[in-house]
Design a protein around this ligand. Structure first.
Ligand code: SF4
Length: 80
């Protein structure tokens, strides 16, 4: 499972932080930080989701009010 985070879209509501500890607060920037992610494009961050964190990652994506987080299965199909 893979997660993508669009930092440009993020409005810093921090609901994702409450759902998965891979999301941290950057209070100064008013943006979430996706820990251990690679920047695939400008402001688009990507990382693999460990098996034991899949539920948390999906909850984080669902919690985001502006859909800044997307989750994909191993076939590249978007789940959330
Ligand atoms: S829930 Fe969405 S808008 Fe809020 S900090 Fe996380 S990514 Fe940003």
């Amino acid at each position: 499972m893979r997660i993508e985070y669009d930092r440009d879209t993020c409005i810093g509501m921090f609901q994702c932080v409450a759902e998965w500890d891979a999301f941290e607060r950057d209070v100064d920037a008013g943006k979430a930080v996706l820990v251990d992610a690679e920047e695939a494009d400008e402001d688009r961050f990507v990382r693999e989701v460990p098996e034991d964190a899949e539920l948390d990652a999906k909850f984080a994506a669902r919690a985001c009010p502006v859909d800044a987080i997307a989750v994909y299965d191993d076939d590249g199909e978007q789940i959330v």
